[in-house]
Design a protein around this ligand. Structure first.
Ligand code: AHR
Length: 651
């Protein structure tokens, strides 16, 4: 109370100065009396298979439709390779499946071929196969030859017209039973390109069946079945504290059958059939539950696991009670797979998958956006999951998908969720206006808030409209101003808003690859770039204290937050000027007698329509400069259309 009174007096003082005729814009920070603790889970990432985030994205596999399951009628993304003097056909063959999980294979029937005139089939990759110089690729495939076939299989990465071979390897002596073959392909000097294809040919006539035909470039930390290093680097630079997965709509699926059925996403790839995703394409599930956990480990982030809760996007739900029981059991098994000791059933399966040590898990979310469930069943479904999970894992915090921003009759009422997940996709000016007061009236004694998805859009079309796909995939500086303003609101209230994540995180920018804009990070087969919003978030997440400092602006359109690192005494001011003119602002650091005279400013400033793209990847990036003349009271020149971090040393 005393502290608050002090600050009210301080702000009152500044206000009366202003009333007495000063025209000066002022920011007063109570540097001596933190009002709360910054959530240790600031910031996080939200992820799902959308915009080819994984297949054709983070998951480094280069072959599209490697298991031949993307279409039931044709081997899409594959074509016959033949020339004058050779001939072949390819077809799906459900009569020669690899195993139960992969119920079809590709039959290559070579009618005519020789060493000089091979025949076979090619994959066009995800908008081409990206090829880089002096690089090792891991190729593998399962094959089974018809009796009498004694040819060899040549695997190669070629230019898409077949005129240039970038790398080649060979497998001889195919067996008549299914067997996996591995080859390393090494490129030499070349100009990087995505205009390439992956080709398998034979030098003899005969029949050969193939399954899981795979090609991996070098991966993050060289891990098998791993991630693209360049995308991982961008993600790690955000210092994420958590990863919310697997969705999003991707958790729910279009139908109950197409939900994220985690048990079908673990184990060897030959046991993963993949499934129809809700965003118009099939997922290979090469990035399955275990890979999500490894992804968290590699980023030093903790998992926020969303479990399927019996509601899918077609509006159907599983009735609470008996019908829902198997889904609740599946969620308990899933938690056991993540956290259980090797002596537990699912902990043992995780160990068999190569990871005996349990993963940390403190937050579990029940479903996704269940306010779309018009049946009103969420209260009972949530409670059934809540009771079962709490009974076995009392320390796990349970998240409801219906927040205070949804009508109260929809919210969970039978039990009190630990955390509510709120989603905000709004026009950037909405964020700039609402950032000022949005969380002010939330009850501090109720559930905590996770803003599990948010993003501002700056074009006429909301993210989910088909027209938005005509706009650039990533947002421009105007949206970054909205995002940054919103972020400062969450930081000021991070005693309540304990987690936040921009969504969607990733977009493959190739034509036809995306379903949603704006997205934080764009990429094609060769390059990756951050949007201005990415850099705003990266600046804030890399420069954040552990205590919230009360602050107040006077006569200024600037928005911001202030935090203190109590270990180092450093103060971090996050400032956003959404105006198109620069602004002089007097910064009063109340409660400090001395401050180091030089501060550091990290500035992201650009015209509102300035942006980054796959061809101009670093058009809008932060710049670091020194600020002189800093003291307990000093004037700072805030640039127009800018997001700034001021790092002020007090010791
Ligand atoms: O982020 C894109 C989608 O927006 C998510 O899948 C869903 O949760 C939300 O409606």
């Amino acid at each position: 109370m005393k502290k608050q009174l002090f600050f009210v007096l301080m702000v009152g003082c500044a206000a009366s100065l202003w009333a007495a005729g000063t025209t000066e814009a002022t920011l007063t920070v109570d540097a001596a009396h933190p009002s709360g603790t910054v959530s240790p889970l600031f910031y996080g990432l939200m992820t799902e298979e959308i915009n080819h985030s994984y297949d054709g994205g983070l998951y480094a596999e280069l072959v599209q439709n490697r298991a031949f399951l993307d279409s039931a009628t044709a081997p899409v993304h594959w074509s016959v390779v033949e020339e004058e003097g050779s001939g072949a056909t390819i077809a799906l063959d459900p009569n020669r499946p690899l195993d139960r999980a992969i119920p079809t294979s590709l039959k290559l029937d070579v009618t005519k071929a020789s060493a000089d005139h091979p025949a076979g089939f090619a994959n066009d990759g995800y908008w081409g196969i990206p090829v880089k110089p002096d690089t090792e690729y891991r190729a593998s495939f399962y094959a089974k030859a018809a009796p009498g076939f004694d040819g060899s299989v040549t695997v190669s990465i070629q230019s898409d017209d077949g005129g240039t071979i970038y790398a080649r390897g060979e497998v001889a002596g195919l067996s008549q039973g299914w067997k996996r073959y591995d080859v390393t392909l090494t490129t030499g000097e070349l100009t990087e390109t995505t205009k390439a294809r992956y080709v398998l040919t034979t030098d003899r006539p005969g029949e050969v069946w193939f399954s899981i035909v795979s090609l991996f470039p070098p991966t993050f930390d060289n891990q098998p079945n791993g991630f693209r290093p360049d995308i991982m680097k961008m993600l790690i630079a955000l210092h994420p504290k958590f990863l919310r997965f697997p969705g999003g709509n991707y958790l729910e699926g279009n139908t109950i059958a197409d939900r994220f059925d985690w048990k079908k996403t673990i184990g060897p790839l030959k046991d993963r059939p993949g499934h129809e995703g809700p965003w118009g394409y099939r997922s290979s599930d090469g990035l399955g539950l275990l890979e999500f956990l490894l992804w968290c480990r590699d980023m030093h982030a903790e998992p926020v696991l969303a479990v399927y809760a019996g509601y899918s996007l077609d509006g159907k739900h599983v009735a609470p009670g008996k019908e829902l029981e198997p889904f609740v059991r599946s969620a308990l098994d899933e938690i056991e797979y993540v956290t259980g000791p090797v002596t537990s059933k699912w902990g043992a399966i995780r160990a068999q998958d190569g990871y005996p040590a349990p993963f940390p898990l403190h937050y579990v979310e029940i479903g996704n956006e269940d306010f779309f469930d018009q049946s009103g069943s969420y209260n009972a479904r949530f409670t059934q999951f809540y009771d079962a999970i709490k009974a076995k894992y009392p320390n796990i915090q349970i998240i409801s998908t219906i927040g205070t921003n949804e009508p109260s009759y929809q919210r969970v009422s039978s039990v009190m969720p630990d955390v509510l997940d709120e989603h905000y996709y709004e026009w950037y000016l909405w964020f700039i206006v609402h950032a000022q007061n949005h969380f002010k009236d939330y009850h501090r004694s109720g559930p905590k808030i996770m803003v599990g998805e948010w993003a501002s859009y700056e074009t006429t079309f909301p993210p989910w409209s088909a027209q938005s796909r005509q706009e650039p995939p990533t947002p421009d500086m105007a949206a970054a101003l909205g995002d940054a303003a919103w972020t400062t609101a969450m930081e000021r209230n991070s005693d309540l808003v304990i987690m936040n994540a921009y969504a969607p995180l990733l977009v493959n920018v190739n034509p036809g690859a995306r379903q949603w804009r704006p997205d934080l990070i764009g990429f094609n087969g060769l390059h990756v770039f951050g949007s201005p919003s990415y850099y705003a978030i990266e600046m804030f997440s890399s420069n954040l204290g552990n205590e919230i400092l009360p602050m107040a602006f006077r006569k200024s359109k600037i928005q911001g937050s202030a935090t203190l690192d109590s270990r180092t005494g450093e103060i971090y001011l996050h400032l956003v000027n959404p105006e198109d003119s620069p602004s002089k602002i007097r910064i009063e650091l109340a409660g400090l007698s001395s401050v180091r005279p030089t501060a550091t400013a990290i500035t992201l400033a650009a015209k509102p329509d300035a942006t980054n793209s796959i061809t101009e990847r670093r058009n809008v990036v932060p710049v670091t400069t020194a600020v002189q003349g800093v003291g307990p009271s000093f004037t700072y020149d805030m640039p127009a259309d800018a997001v700034v971090v001021l790092r002020i040393a007090t010791r």
